[in-house]
Write a protein that binds this ligand. Structure first.
Ligand code: AMP
Length: 212
């Protein structure tokens, strides 16, 4: 099964993708995580994308598609895309790549969250520097301030969750990613879930949609 999660940055794609990929036994592909890992390891790819990430701009389509194809060519499990595609050109690139592998997209799930809510969430987001667990200082704070409940390491604010970058990311989403809703909506396997609920409630809704 191949699934795409769509939605604003901060709409809960990463959180839902972790739950869903485990539940369905499919591979969670987060292009944002791939780029952040490369950046942390200071690889040539990391150096190439650092400017885009810290400014909240999109990495060029050609590069995103190249990285994904090389990473996923040997993957035999189903794929759960989180943060990809982000432009219509990426979506077309994915369609072509899947067509060449006799694969297709089984479901596109849009997590619908109001713009004001995602801005609040992004500004309150804290991420564990070691294990990557995600917290929200308002709705799901750690037991001890700034310390990860799971591994005891310090929590950090993602560079691109700083307010000035958040504003740019929201605008980039509206300009370049939102057109994907129309691209996929006509396909018959497009589902929409209220992403404004608790993560547990959203997970239930998404699971129910996918059962259809
Ligand atoms: P995310 O963690 O999905 O919010 O992604 C963080 C940043 O990585 C984005 O703001 C972009 O700079 C870059 N990025 C992640 N996925 C993509 C993509 N599919 N296309 C272009 N840039 C991306």
């Amino acid at each position: 099964m191949n699934i795409i999660l769509l939605g604003y940055p901060g709409s809960g794609k990463g959180t839902q993708a972790k739950v869903l990929s485990q539940k369905l036994g499919i591979f969670h592909v987060s292009t944002g995580d791939i780029f952040r890992e490369e950046l942390a390891k200071k690889t040539p790819l990391g150096q190439e994308v650092v400017g885009y990430l810290s400014a909240g701009r999109l990495v060029p389509d050609r590069l995103v598609l190249e990285v994904l194809k090389s990473r996923l060519s040997a993957e035999t499990r189903g794929l759960l895309f989180d943060g990809f595609p982000r432009t219509v050109d990426q979506a077309e690139g994915l369609d072509n790549w899947f067509a060449g592998r006799s694969q297709s997209i089984d479901a596109v799930v849009f997590l619908n969250v109001a713009e004001g809510e995602v801005i609040k969430r992004l500004c309150a987001r804290r991420t564990c520097s070691a294990c990557g667990k995600i917290y929200n200082t308002i709705s799901s704070p750690p037991a001890k301030e700034n310390v990860c409940d799971a591994c005891g390491k310090p929590l950090t604010i993602r560079e691109d969750d700083k307010p000035e970058v958040v504003t740019r990311r929201i605008q980039v989403y509206k300009d370049q990613t939102e057109p994907l809703l129309a691209y996929y909506r006509s396909n018959g396997n497009f589902y929409e879930a209220d992403g404004g609920l608790t993560p547990e409630a959203v997970a239930e809704k998404v699971a129910a949609l996918l059962k259809r």
